[in-house]
Design a protein around this ligand. Structure first.
Ligand SMILES: [Zn+2]
Length: 339
């Protein structure tokens, strides 16, 4: 076989095999080892060329030998050009760098407030109870002594699912469910979502959260209600907080009272937050109406009870100085990160 022809063939083959783009480093290393063995190894192609030289006439051997050695150097140069890059001095991953931790979530201000209120009443011996968000007219209105002609029975004030089912407009139906299930003495706290078809604005949302409190038993008096709410207000806003009761009306309590706390921003001196009055309205309360006890099979001659209900968003707004209820539901990180 003609030496030059074979050299041209080998050169073409080597070029074809080293022209492909470098693969990943481990693959590049394996390929390089394979090519070295194939071309210049002990059983390689260069050795084959020396075989051809050995069979040449004696006067041609020296020149042909030099030719093969030149070609071998050419192959080595080409293989060295395709050699894997030396491993970088440092590791590709710097393990000493601080990691990029995923940003942990935080509890929503409404739920933080929810938990704070619930824990407080739990320490006073109240059980946490829950009721369905889809209620019946009976539990949401009738059993609570809200008569048919009461304005809040109007469809405009309640989301009806399909009569007699509705989205509960307050957590008070949980009082009814509890009194029907348990015998006095009863001490429960019922947090949850409530729904009203209000146009959203700074103070209104079609969905918000309430906490309902109920205590029923022998000798449960208005004085006990005052004591429990006074403790609540002092725990929530500090030991100097005062509360006051203003006469009010709810169909399911008699007597009924709105409860205000002394403004914790200005210390009851008067500021824009309390409209210069020194007081902030926080909840509605009263003694459970005897008819409501009767509706639940509890003897109103023997037992009395008090109930109160408050909006969790309102408490959170007062606690954190949040001016607009809609901020709770927009899930802007800038807002939520503050808590
Ligand atoms: Zn004030």
């Amino acid at each position: 076989m003609d030496l030059e022809v074979r050299i041209s063939e080998i050169r073409a083959q080597l070029e074809a095999e080293t022209n492909t783009p470098p693969a990943c480093p481990p693959e590049q290393q394996r390929r390089w080892e394979r090519l070295r063995s194939k071309y210049v190894g002990r059983e390689g192609m260069v050795r084959e060329l020396f075989g051809i030289v050995a069979r040449l006439p004696a006067d041609q051997k020296a020149a042909a030998g030099r030719r093969v050695n030149e070609f071998k150097a050419e192959i080595e140069a080409r293989l060295n050009g395709a050699a894997p890059a030396p491993v970088a001095a440092g590791p590709a991953v710097d393990k000493t760098l601080p990691g990029r931790a995923p940003e942990p979530g935080r509890r929503h201000p409404v739920y933080r407030t929810w938990e704070e209120i619930v824990r407080l009443f739990q320490r006073l011996g109240f059980d946490v109870v829950y009721g369905p968000e889809i209620e019946t007219e009976y539990h949401n209105f009738e059993a609570l002594n809200i008569p048919l002609e009461h304005p809040s029975r109007d469809a405009f004030d309640t989301f009806y699912v399909r009569k007699p089912y509705l989205l509960r407009s307050h957590t008070s139906p949980v009082q009814i469910r509890t009194m029907k299930e348990r015998k006095p003495p009863i001490r429960v706290i019922a947090p949850g979502k409530v729904f009203r078809p209000d146009k959203p604005d700074a103070g209104h949302s079609p969905m918000f959260h309430q906490v309902e409190g109920l205590m029923v038993g022998e000798g449960v008096t208005f004085a006990k209600l005052k004591g429990v709410l006074d403790l609540f207000a002092k725990s929530m806003w500090g030991p100097d907080t005062k509360i006051r009761f203003r006469p009010s009306f709810f169909p399911f309590t008699e007597p009924s009272a709105e409860v205000d706390v002394s403004c914790f921003i200005c210390g009851a001196k008067g500021c824009p937050a309390c409209k210069q009055s020194g007081w902030m309205e926080i909840l509605g309360s009263g003694m459970v109406h005897p008819k409501v006890l009767e509706n639940c099979g509890i003897d109103p001659e023997k037992n009395t009870g008090f109930a109160f209900g408050m909006g969790i968003e309102r408490i959170a707004m007062l606690k954190y100085g949040i001016p607009d209820i809609r901020l709770f539901y927009e899930n802007h990180f800038g807002f939520l990160r503050q808590f």
